[in-house]
Design a protein around this ligand. Structure first.
Ligand SMILES: [Zn+2]
Length: 492
């Protein structure tokens, strides 16, 4: 269907993620058709006054989990990653397909309200993915009007099976309870994914499939290889949590006799469709290996701080030639999905790693990571920049807001100060999805009411599992401390 042409008149436009200019943008069929001198443009187009707006490309979230939106507030503030995985697993239990749909909508609304127009969603469905579950999440993004890669987060080993020696540290009866937890066989998981991707329920120009083997330690070798084969055959992006914690590398050395990235390289998993989320504990040889395979890393600075995982070596990775994106991680572990905040941390955290400004992540580099870099992770072409022929995924900021008064260096002022407070409109694929503080594609009040009811039902249904998970997390926490005490030694 051909959309009517829209002429956004006289905005202060970030062109090519490089410079601001006063221009009009002609939008047609979901794309930026032309950048036109202010005051010109076709008479027939619908005209929108953008003279009090800073217009930038929508931010692209390279890593999140929509199931986290219904888990908000359920993660105590003293849990590192492994204790979170064991202690907060209950948050994802007893969910119906409708709950997956609702959580994806909640997540999408939060992202849009913070200036994000596309995301890589590793969502989980327990005990394993189903065609209906995957389709319900895809449908949610389609209905909200967001751009997304919908990637089932999958594993064939529980954390208790995955980490060498962990189960031996449990005493009965808790040991019996965690040992009894199992996941479906990888062949069953792959069959569900292949079926769901082969019968995709929505047009795939905006919402596409991806695949998310969750953590290499939790995936058997044939399973990882099957994921890589599916990714390569379909040109589908594959993402895994890579070296998020130091413990993951310690466990990889014990289990595989090598680093995590080397393990994936040997299995043939690394290629241009591959992205690793986090990459906090990657060594220089691993960075070189990723770069050789044209692979990407998604930096999730706030989640890494919240879970005490560390600060990723972004400069080292970028210098090695790894394409870097930025993500928020989920609303359970990151507490909010604010891509402005994640982009700002990408720039500012680098200043905590060295006093040499030449080694810092510049505001321009952080912006490119949070737009074009993340779009590359999503496998999207011509997304993440304002340029003729690129998609019309645009964010409109109030040029009169305090962040921009006075306005001297708009790119710096956006990256270093914006938190979403100046956001006024969001356009995705040429269609407004947020304006006048309202999401235009769904009834937010009804969504919030349903979310409250469902969370109450889930908390009740998962109450017993929660007690078991919380007891297990104490044992996992002590196992982690015993195997990996602090950050004293960075990997060679
Ligand atoms: Zn994650």
């Amino acid at each position: 269907m051909t959309q009517r042409q829209i002429l956004l008149e006289g905005g202060t436009v970030l062109v090519d993620n490089d410079r601001f200019a006063t221009l009009s943008l002609l939008i047609s069929d979901g794309r930026i058709k032309a950048l036109i001198p202010a005051g010109e443009g076709p008479e027939a187009a619908e005209r929108v006054d953008a003279s009090n707006r800073l217009i930038m490309p929508g931010l692209v979230n390279g890593h999140t989990h929509s199931h986290g939106a219904l888990g908000r507030g359920g993660v105590p503030d003293d849990l590192p990653l492994e204790a979170f995985l064991s202690g907060a697993a209950w948050l994802n239990g007893a969910r119906h397909q409708d709950d997956l749909h609702l959580s994806a909508q909640l997540s999408a609304v939060e992202l849009i309200r913070k200036g994000c127009t596309a995301c890589f969603d590793m969502f989980v469905e327990l005990p394993g993915p189903t065609v209906g579950g995957i389709h319900s999440v895809a449908q949610a993004y389609h209905d909200v009007g967001m751009r997304a890669v919908v990637a089932p987060m999958i594993a064939d080993q529980t954390i208790y099976q995955a980490l060498p020696g962990l189960i031996d540290t449990f005493d009965p009866p808790l040991r019996d309870a965690v040992a009894a937890l199992t996941l479906p066989a990888w062949q069953t998981i792959m069959a569900s994914c292949a079926d769901a991707f082969g019968s995709w329920p929505v047009p795939n120009d905006r919402v596409r499939p991806g695949i998310g083997p969750t953590i290499p330690l939790h995936c058997s070798v044939p399973f990882l290889q099957a994921c890589a084969a599916l990714s390569q055959q379909g040109g589908i992006p594959l993402q895994t949590h890579l070296a998020e914690t130091r413990l993951q590398q310690v466990m990889a050395a014990q289990k595989f006799g090598t680093s995590l990235t080397e393990h994936l390289g040997r299995l043939g998993v690394l290629n241009s469709h591959f992205s690793g989320a986090h990459g906090v504990w990657l060594s220089k040889p691993e960075a070189d290996l990723l770069a050789q395979h044209d692979a990407c890393i998604c930096h999730n600075p706030l989640s890494n701080l919240r879970l005490g995982s560390g600060i990723a070596p972004v400069r080292m990775l970028a210098d090695a030639g790894v394409t870097m994106g930025v993500g928020t991680d989920a609303s359970n572990t990151s507490d909010g999905q604010n891509m402005f905040e994640a982009m700002r941390l990408a720039a500012t955290l680098s200043r905590a790693q060295t006093s040499d400004p030449a080694q810092w992540i510049s505001t321009r580099a952080a912006l490119k990571m949070a737009t074009e870099g993340s779009a590359r992770i999503l496998g999207l072409d011509r997304v993440g920049k304002i340029s003729a022929g690129w998609v019309a995924d645009l964010v409109f900021l109030d040029a009169g807001y305090c962040h921009y008064t006075p306005l001297r260096a708009p790119l710096d002022q956006i990256v270093l100060a914006e938190n979403g407070a100046a956001l006024r409109e969001v356009m995705i694929a040429g269609r407004y999805v947020l304006a006048n503080d309202r999401i235009l594609t769904l009834d937010e009040n009804a969504l919030v009411a349903r979310a409250r009811t469902i969370a109450e039902r889930l908390d009740h249904a998962n109450a017993e599992t929660r007690l078991m998970n919380e007891a297990a997390a104490l044992v996992v926490q002590s196992f982690c401390r015993g195997n990996c005490d602090g950050y004293a030694t960075r990997l060679a």
